[in-house]
Design a protein around this ligand. Sequence first.
Ligand code: SIN
Length: 511
Amino acid sequence: MCMPRQLRDSSLLRNQAFSHGKWIEARSNARFEVEDPGTGKPFISVPDLAVEDVDSIVESSQEAFEAYRSVNPRTRAELLLSWHNLIRANRDDIATILTYETGKPLAEAYGEIDYATGFTWWFAGEAERIRGDLSVPSAPNRRVITIKQPIGVCVALVPWNFPIAMILRKVGAALAAGCTIIAKPSPETPLTTLTLAHLAQKAGFAPGVFNVITTSNENTPSLSEAMCKHPMVQKVSFTGSTAVGSIIATHCAKGLKKVSLELGGNCPFIIFADADLDVALAQLTALKWRHAGQACVSANRIYVQEDVYEDFLARLVEHTSRIRVGHGARHGVTMGPLTTPRGVEKARRQVEDALQRGAHLALGGNVLTSTGDDVSERAGDSEKVAGGGYFFQPTILRDMNSSMAITREESFAPIAAVYRFQTEEEVVRLANDTEMGLASYVFTRDINRSWRMLERLEAGMIGLNTGNSSAAESPFGGIKMSGYGKESGKDVAVAEYLVSKTCTLTLEGNI
Ligand code: SIN
């Protein structure tokens, strides 16, 4: 096992899957390698579990559920808080592991841990807020009572862009509700999930309450299908592409499994001429360049009103030119690589398509190839990065129009695609002209317009003068082809892991 940067506590770096409190291999003993996207080289391997491994792990979760479902909510809250504190206490090492598996710069890795532990904190509180209700119905002598109970064994299918945040958002809600859960992290980023499992065990969660399956890209479709169709699994929560989300929903439909889907974005970011452009720029650059654009809530289509188009673009180019691209663990780097080579290829194809259809490059536009130099260079003026890896220059495309591929598909790359618009009517039509509906962002100082935009934009989350609306206490989720179900937020997130029973009680006497 080789971790290029030393950890304070090497026991946090695990290289086995985790079931029923034990570190396990695949039945086949097969393993697969995990790459550092900053070098493109493997640095550790983990077990490649397959369909034949699923039964015993689900059975472990079912056995654990029989006991965990009755654990008092206060105790569940205390367990979540102990876990939360252990994660916080090991923040430095976890950030290092996260940087090596995702490629994101260390500062962003810390940012993800801080965001993610918002979920453990929040769901510790939610555990004790779960309650049913009592009502007096129209029929005489009756009371109607509803109670909430944990749904059972759950499965979390988690992507590679925010592997800690996505785990804690799903697993935190499930454990607060009294469910047990099996996490299957993405094959690119299994390591931090295993670290979290290790810390959950230390926090006192019983064997089987939180299991982790590691599996390769080859085995992911069949293994996920087996989990979705397993009769003991009651609920599946998936974050990823709309194409895969639809397959997951199909698998779950046969067994009528409860599903929540957090899918693709293609989010519009709209800047009106009356906006505070400094605020809009700061919010856009934080959102767009976060994790090199690899977020489903990222600004995919940036609409700038005609009067301020050139001014705003110039500021965006100036700001972006200061980004330093390189290995995420290196001091001073502000943008890391893409996590997969597929991401680089997609970015290249999208830029080529836009240029062919009339867009112009305001900055960047190229794949960054390794030169072997141990230097990271400024975004605008060099193609040098250290020692290999999946890098793409921070890129700004101007004069975008609706015929271009980026208009219809998420980039998931450091590409800012900037469109012009004239009127509010026009930009509402353009913004909604997508099958996706995850998030939309609007910048204006006009309160009446803000309110109109909130009501007219078709998205599950609307940022008004902000590019960052993700928080443990706010419901997260999309509409249209961006999925259904809410994660985080008061009541709604935990409700995804609960069933409700209605009790009708007839009383004696005329009451
Ligand atoms: C995502 O983009 O996949 C999640 C981002 C967030 O939670 O803010």
